[in-house]
Design a binder for this molecule. Sequence first.
Ligand code: ZN
Length: 443
Amino acid sequence: MKLRWTLGVLTTLCWLSLKTTRAQNDSLSYGAYARLNKDTLASDVFHGRGYVKDGHKMASYHIATEFYKLGLKTLFPAPGFYQSFTMSANVFPEVPVLAFDEDFLVPGRDFHPAPDCPPIHGTFDLIWIDSLSLSNDKAWKKLVKQDLSKSFLVMDVGSIKSKELQNAANNLRKNVFGAAGFIEPKSKLTWSVSQAPGKTPVIEVADSLIQRRYKQVRLRIQSVQMSDFNTVNVVGYVPGKSVRDTFIVVTGHFDHLGRLGNRIMYPGANDNASGIGHMLALAKYFSQPENQPEYSIAFIAFGGEEAGLLGSLHYVRNPVIPLKRTRFLLNIDIMGSAEGITVVNATKHPEITGILEQINTQDQRIGRIRRRGPAANSDHYFFSEMGVPAFFIYTEGKVKAYHDIYDRAEHVPMEKADDLHWLFVDFIKTLESPEWNPYLKQR
Ligand SMILES: [Zn+2]
């Protein structure tokens, strides 16, 4: 079993190495190289870069292999580019089954267990919860008096405007009345990763597919908590020409949601195979001898982001490059659209945002740059909190798939990948200029 797995990994890596080596020999543009890596990382063999079938490990091998081929230097002694850390995750190793009466729904497309759903198996009565059951005294009393332990509550409360009734629904969700579980109708299914199982099973279902006429739900959901397993951040760098011990750092997370059972996959092409593609393209550019940067540039692909920014938290607590020596951090996540970009922390660093806007206007790269304030929504966050000047940049536009089975490589064209690449290159080069020393050294 183990040998087969190892052979599988080796064959895949050889195939991928050949594929990308050939690509480099074909002298692809940097944008095309970013796209190729997006396609590769979002393909089936990486299992959605989660924890069923070790997709996260495959993705980290691929990135480390690219770092090696590009000639990046490592900041660690052997075995190279990896900073390991442990994490836990609630995972679903088997395909979940759900049927309302005799109607079976398709997992991933029609429903998913909430990320923290504990295992549940059996047939349960359905009780419909709407504004009437929450507001009518008689209905409420009847509801809370009955034994709910063999029932799932269908929370048809999304359209309720009253704050009071929404509070009542939220109190019901705390499950003091001991329901077997909850069905949450959703207009869009958005999945995630939880570090641990919760107490109560919650199933999210496409709202168009749950009907009042249904009497029962049949469920077979297997979930397992994987505790304290190893995953990694992948870290490499290009030494600077004039300043070696101070770094500009480019980051992005390589993990995604993985698989729901062994068949359904969340490919995460936009989130964040696209960002890793761009990060590798920047590594490729700056690792060419003629493009050697003035300051050292480090590239960090973080693990564990989707489970709560775990890789970047570990890094900030155990920095490989002292945080004071991190001149600026550029985190890229969700690079698939082309219409514009949003800069998180723009309002915190208006001068630096100004130069990015200036470069963009001058070279006419992308449509618009939107300024946004600080937000704890990606791996830049803990660095910002520790005083490292940092941007988180994401793209906006046509690609709407997010944390779902549709975030596939073919839906994420990255048609502005070359423009974005050169915008980032020129931005990083500008940050190397001594005129920014007083600003970037003031911490
Ligand atoms: Zn992401």
